[in-house]
Design a protein. Structure first.
Length: 199
């Protein structure tokens, strides 16, 4: 499968077999799916915004959930799961077409997170977000460096990471209600938050 995902391109170049890459990504996807699935119901229509490898989408589908991936390019490494493509501005769906949108570690990779959130709000009734959060300017810089290393992407990354307070302000400005949140960490440095929102 041809890919425009930089991390996959690098791994393929160094002859990492596709099945090994898939197993590595699938293991992480299982953890992420476990974080969000308690907030999802099997009768819902779920939009996965920016799913990249589509391994989280696959993990949720394997749980019996109805999940539809949407991305700006086809980064999928899952043969049976292909995203709907869009221009990054206007999502090709009707108002309230989905019960829930998932945005998992995507917003800090976009130059205008509020724009993505506004479209997610338009097409869905609820939004679940997993995001890196930063605590100081120095922590933001370090988080950006680690994120670039983990994704093997060193150019054209906006790194629009925010503090918990700043993310909450974005939600409030868009008229989104914060119903629940959870905080977690990975490695000594990275801090994350799960936000459960509705309009």
């Amino acid at each position: 499968m041809e890919s425009s995902n930089k991390i996959l391109d690098v791994l393929y170049r160094y002859r990492f077999p596709k099945d090994i890459i898939y197993r590595i990504l699938k293991a992480r996807a299982k953890d992420l799916a476990g974080m969000v699935s308690p907030h999802l119901k099997k009768d819902e229509l779920i939009l996965d915004i920016g799913p990249a490898s589509c391994t989280v989408t696959e993990a949720l589908i394997d749980q019996g959930l109805r999940v539809f991936p949407l991305d700006v390019e086809n980064f999928s490494i899952v043969d049976k799961v292909l995203p709907t493509l869009y221009d990054g501005d206007s999502m090709p769906f009707k108002d309230d077409q989905f019960d829930t949108s998932l945005i998992l570690f995507v917003l800090h990779h976009t130059p205008d997170p509020a724009k993505v959130l506004a479209e997610a709000k338009r097409v869905s009734k609820k939004i679940i977000i997993l995001e890196d959060i930063v605590t100081t300017p120095a922590h933001k810089s370090l988080t950006a460096v680690l994120d670039s290393l983990m994704n093997l992407e060193f150019y054209d990354q906006p790194h629009t990471n925010k503090s918990d307070k700043e993310w909450r302000a974005v939600f409030e400005n868009l008229g989104l209600k914060l119903l629940a949140q959870e905080y977690m960490s990975s490695t000594i440095i990275m801090r994350h938050a799960l936000y459960f929102l509705e309009k």
